[in-house]
Structures are given as structure tokens and as C-alpha cells.
Design a protein around this ligand. Sequence first.
Ligand code: CDP
Ligand code: CDP
Length: 220
Amino acid sequence: TEKKIAIAIDGPAAAGKSTVAKKVAEKLHYVYIDTGAMYRSLTYKVLQDNIDMKDENAVLNLLKKTNILLDQHFDVYVNNEKITAEIRTSDVTDHVSLIASYPSVREEMVTRQQKLATDRGVVMDGRDIGTRVLPDAEVKVFLIASVEERAKRRHEENVTKHLPSNFEQIKLDIEKRDRMDTERTASPLKKADDAIEIDTTSLSIEDVVNKILSLVQEVE
Ligand code: CDP
Ligand code: CDP
């Protein structure tokens, strides 16, 4: 039987990481771990509990008493409360990059993420998986696409889900979040030296999934 590996998928907002990661995990019968959902869950709790989000220590203390569970139906729970939809609101999206900039918060998140990957057989997506969380992942992918294309994809996704959506606003939000994620000092968004960059601007989801599966076959 084939050896189970770890697959790290990083890249900027709305590059297609989670869509592709889920499909790769399904094909390989691997576990999918959405680390962005963990930062979003903490941000949701910060807002819900009215924690001062400029206070790193207060945010860290909240994280320490917050259990975050990602289940295999892609549902997200904090302290047993299901918040799958709530973590995708614009309120959470607007504040998540600040919360994710705190070094002590990242340290605690990274520890939790590494524990989830101890048995391998994982596809993990985020911003710092190849550089920080799983530096020894057997396959590392860095997904990019033009900001126009990424904003268009997010916009179309919202329209399909009958959610209010404004293309220009989405584009501004994506640019702002990418800037914050790239410029922070604690494990910023960055391609790992040994990651394979895939520009998905003119690729279908299936194309990207197949590229990653062929990288997996190469290491097997
Ligand atoms: O899916 P989308 O591109 O909107 O973002 P996400 O993957 O849900 O991540 C939300 C935010 O969490 C990012 O903009 C980062 O600020 C932060 N994040 C991070 O700092 N490190 C990770 N490994 C994953 C997410
Ligand atoms: O996880 P991340 O924020 O990187 O992106 P996503 O939420 O997986 O994908 C954003 C949208 O782009 C989804 O609606 C996908 O269906 C769409 N898409 C894609 O992911 N890859 C392509 N090659 C084309 C479209």
C-alpha cells in the first residue's frame, strides 16, 4: 500500500485552495484541514464575546479556552456550537487578518494544526503551511491567480448562494487582506522555496486537482 503523505496548499485569498484541497483529500481518502477556518472561528468568538481585538493577550486567552473542531463534513464548531456559516460573514472576514497577525495566537494555532497532522494522510490549506506548519510536507503547492479572477470567483460564488455581493468591494477586501497577510512579521504569506507554484487564472478546478494528484504520484 502507498505511504500516507502530507500535502500543503498555500496562496492568497480566493485562489481556489479549499475547493481544490477538498477534492484532492476526497480522491486520496485523506483528511482535509482548513486552517483559515480556525482563524475565522477565533475571530468570530472575539466579536461574539466583545473582546478588545487590539489586545493580543486578551485574544490569546480567549483562544486558550476555545475548542475549535473541524469535522469531516466541513462543518466548524467552537465549544460545541456550530458556526459553519457564521465564520464566512463580512464582519469576520474584515477582522480575521488582524487576529491572525498576532505571533502568540499563531504559535498556539500552529501547535494545534501540527497535532492534527501527526498521522499524515492530510491535505492542509492556509498561508503558512509549507513554510511553518508542515515544513516537511512531501508535496507543497502555492496557488495563485490574478486578483481580478479571484474577485470574480468569490463574487460568482456569492451570487450562486444568493448572498449580497459587490465585485469592486470584494476586490478591495481581497487586496487588503493579501497585503496584511504578506506584510505581517509572524509567518507571513509566502511561497516556500520548495513549493510548486500553480497559476490557476485560466485553469479549471479539475485541471488544478489533476496537477496536484500528479505531484503526489511523483513522490509515491
Ligand atoms: O478562504 P479565504 O481565502 O477567504 O481565507 P481563509 O483561508 O479562510 O483565511 C482567512 C484568513 O485567515 C486569511 O486572510 C489570513 O489572515 C488567516 N490565515 C492565516 O493567517 N494563516 C493560515 N494558515 C490560514 C489563514
Ligand atoms: O480557499 P480559497 O480562498 O483559496 O478559494 P476557494 O474558496 O476554494 O475558491 C474560490 C472560488 O473559485 C470557488 O467558488 C471555486 O469554485 C472557484 N474556482 C476555483 O477554485 N478554481 C478554479 N480553477 C476556478 C474557480
